[in-house]
Design a protein around this ligand. Structure first.
Ligand SMILES: [Zn+2]
Length: 89
């Protein structure tokens, strides 16, 4: 018997906390509230708003886009990338 559909991938990245119960390959910082996100349907036009703080993401900015197993996506503005995900500018 094999479990279908879902394979647990083992990554070799030295991440400190793997407690994020999502499909994201990497996790946001502590205190990040997944319930606050506005997920975009797979068949809808991507929003120009940050899914976390609802700030408008400038057209020439490259947002961080995270999708879940069902293909729903969220995107993060620069500020949230930095504050919630720890990205350096
Ligand atoms: Zn934001």
């Amino acid at each position: 018997m094999t479990a279908s559909g879902h394979s647990r991938r083992q990554t070799s990245s030295p991440s400190k906390s793997e407690n994020v119960a999502t499909e994201a390959k990497f996790g946001p910082r502590k205190g990040f509230d997944w319930n606050r996100l506005t997920w975009g349907r797979p068949d809808s036009v991507p929003s120009v708003l940050c899914s976390y703080c609802s700030a408008v993401i400038p057209e020439d900015d490259v947002p961080l886009i995270v999708s879940n197993a069902k293909g729903w996506t969220v995107r993060f503005c620069r500020k949230c990338m930095k504050e919630q995900w720890g990205f350096a500018e």
